[in-house]
Design a protein around this ligand. Structure first.
Ligand code: ARG
Length: 469
């Protein structure tokens, strides 16, 4: 029987090529071409190691490395364009190598499998992306910090249950998100250590009789350690799950902030105005200015959480060791990384130039409610009244003031003294919003002095840094 020319990828065991639809279904080249540089790096390190270990001649290793670098140049020039028949980036590189340098190229895959190769490539790629995301997070944090520093004296209503609770220093509110972003960075740094573990040399699943030096390739590629178990090396995708979990939390944080910005930009709140550079209009209603950026960030969070669930589900039933299901990890990681990076950039720009807080509106909001009620109770507590008793008295006071449609500060002193003889004229100063904020001196509280200290510490930690254009 004539051998189909498409069968040439595989050993002579195959007589026929793939059904074209199956070829398309099976191929990953359409997306794993993104791994090209890392595939080349991994192959260069592998070839060098094979040469050093005497598995291939050093001249052969040199020829292979030169061929791999030629492919890198072709890719840079746009002339390396693999097709479906190449199946994946690993085959595409190997085929091109053989075409470029001849039969010696056939020695590259000695002591290696695509299983440990793809694991190496994905880890190298993800490690680089984690470093980029760390930079993105820092830019976002600096944008928040710049706003926070501008608003170290601005007040904003604080909410619980989305009901006015107690007034806050606006910088304190923004710093809460910087803290979240710092935890995001710490989580990524932790994930990075496990991503930075080298599977190369595990071969298909069992290791190899070829006398390779796993530690040499790992060191050349900048890995911190190697997998201790070859089966685990080729079938571990924990790192992808961990990354996506960390990415999901970044999105959770961005999404919560987005939700706040959307509320703040509404007529009802009016706490921020959006600049033309980061808002869009309506095709129908000429008066509208829409907060598309935070809405999209909030909306895109779903895809990252979806990738997390997708990865967990993809892995959960797989027997050891490699299974083709793993090919599915790449599109999830690629899209997850792109989404998080896009969202971080958009939110950084939003806080750099896309919104302005409206201090007067904020001041009015803070002065126009009963969010100083706790401080009336605290005033009595400071004068010996048990807290629960003070709490109940103030509740009554609020009830009558609300019924009369006045604020606590509008009630004359006699009314206060009727309620409790401990009240004196200084109660008015004690419950003015600015004083209410200033009084919260407890560590981590919203008192201005506390917040200034936190601003300073965060600035020291983050530095000013070059802000992206
Ligand atoms: N394209 C494959 C992937 O992404 C490469 C590894 C293929 N290994 C195999 N034994 N078929 O996972």
């Amino acid at each position: 029987m004539a051998v189909d020319s498409n069968a040439s990828t595989w050993s002579q065991r195959f007589d026929q090529g793939l059904n074209p639809a199956i070829e398309r279904f099976n191929a990953s080249i359409g997306f794993d071409i993104a791994l090209l540089q890392h595939d080349l790096d991994g192959s260069v390190a592998h070839a060098r190691m094979l040469g050093r270990c005497g598995v291939i001649g050093s001249d052969e290793a040199d020829a292979i490395i030169a061929g791999l670098e030629a492919i890198r140049s072709e890719a840079a020039a746009g002339s390396f364009n693999p097709g479906l028949e190449d199946e994946d980036v690993h085959f595409a590189v190997e085929r091109r190598l053989i075409a470029l340098i001849g039969p010696v190229g056939k020695k590259l895959h000695t002591g290696r499998s695509r299983n440990d190769q793809v694991g190496t490539d994905v880890r190298l790629w993800l490690r680089q992306q984690i470093d980029a995301i760390d930079g993105d997070l820092q830019r976002f944090e600096r944008a928040l910090l710049d706003q926070a520093e501008r608003h170290a004296d601005t007040l904003i209503p604080g909410y619980t249950h989305l009901q006015r609770a107690q007034p806050l220093c606006l910088a304190h509110h923004l710093l809460a998100y910087v803290e979240m972003a710092e935890r995001d960075r710490a989580r990524l740094a932790d994930v990075r250590r496990r991503v930075n573990t080298c599977p190369l040399g595990a071969a298909a699943l069992a290791g190899t009789p070829v006398p390779i030096d796993r530690r040499a390739t790992a060191a050349e590629l900048g890995f911190e350690q190697i997998y201790a178990n070859s089966l685990d090396a080729v079938s571990d995708r924990d790192f992808a799950v961990e990354f996506m979990a960390a990415a999901s939390l970044i999105q959770v944080h961005l999404s919560r902030l987005s939700e706040e910005v959307i509320l703040w930009a509404s007529e009802e709140f009016g706490f921020v105005s959006l600049s033309d550079r980061c808002a869009t209009g309506s095709s129908l209603m000429p008066q509208k200015k829409n907060p598309d950026v935070p809405e999209l960030v909030r909306g895109k969070s779903g895809r990252v959480f979806g990738h997390l669930m997708g990865l967990l589900t993809m892995i959960k039933g797989l027997p050891l060791a490699y299974n083709k299901d793993f090919q599915e990890d790449k599109e999830a990681l690629f899209d997850g990384v792109r989404t998080v990076r896009d969202c971080l950039e958009a939110m950084a720009i939003l806080f750099e130039e896309g919104l302005e807080f409206r201090p007067q509106r904020l001041e009015q909001a803070v002065a126009g409610d009963y969010s100083n009620a706790t401080d009336v109770a605290d005033y009595l507590v400071a004068r010996g009244v048990p807290f629960r008793e003070a709490y109940q008295l103030v509740g009554g006071l609020i009830k009558t003031a609300a019924a009369e449609g006045v604020l606590l500060l509008d009630l004359p002193l006699e009314r206060w003294q009727q309620l409790h003889p401990a009240f004196a004229a200084d109660v008015f100063a004690a419950i003015a919003p600015r004083q209410v904020v200033a009084a919260r001196r407890s560590e981590g509280g919203t008192g201005f002095a506390q917040v200034r200290q936190q601003l300073q510490q965060m600035r020291e930690r983050l530095g000013r840094g070059a802000q992206a254009p």
